[in-house]
Ligand binder design. Sequence first.
Ligand code: ADP
Ligand code: MG
Length: 255
Amino acid sequence: MPEGLNILTIKGVSISFGGLKALSGVDIEVIKNSVHGIIGPNGAGKSTLFNVITGIIKPDSGDISLEEKKLSISKSYQLVPAGISRTFQNIRLFKEMSVLDNVMIGHHVHTPMPILSILLNGKKSRKYEEITREKALEALEFMGLEDKKDEIVKNLSYGQQRLVEFARALAAQPKIILLDEPAAGMNPTEKINLLNIIDRLRKKGYTLILIEHDMKLVMNICDRISVLNHGKIITQGIPEEVRNNPDVISAYLGK
Ligand code: ADP
Ligand code: MG
């Protein structure tokens, strides 16, 4: 693969929890402006990989580089300025707050003002609040959720809440968006909508990494797929290569 095409390079990442090797020598290259799927049975290490990329977990060994620069995230607030945002396997939203407020939190990290001065509500902070609101509304519009902006999150369907989280990740204006099982709990119509959103983001130049169990969705949307089993990459490539790989089939059948 020619240099410069990659946006994210994961090299030799290993991490153990007690005696359990959750990731073992994982190498993945994510091509810029692509959708990269991460699949594998439950407990394979997929979410752990996201936790390592986002600095929640420090690996025992290995490196992660973003655009050829070593990525070292030790505090969660460093993540978005580095160009990465994510969603979680278990939705993490402020359920009692409005949709718009939840998404505005995603953009806030870009405002160069401390939270205190925003709260004091000076003239400058109002300007930043306006920008934050504008970016949040754009992200909601992209998800087709603009008419839900004033709803309280807990009143939305599960699938809609997943999109609110996605909108929050998008409002942060990242280069890479990590989605941890975004289709979980979605109905077939919501899944088609999700597929569309991901495709439109790719066309806009974003890079997405997608952990997903719905094979149809994964095979339809991903440019490349990495398959994890027991913390190890068993194969990676384009969907057609992965689909028919006997190791993938047996990993899923539990043989
Ligand atoms: P997946 O997302 O592929 O289902 P995970 O990455 O969540 O799998 O988990 C991989 C393995 O690591 C599992 O056996 C899980 O129990 C374990 N694990 C994940 N995170 C931790 C942690 N923080 N502490 C201890 N064990 C963990
Ligand atoms: Mg997981």
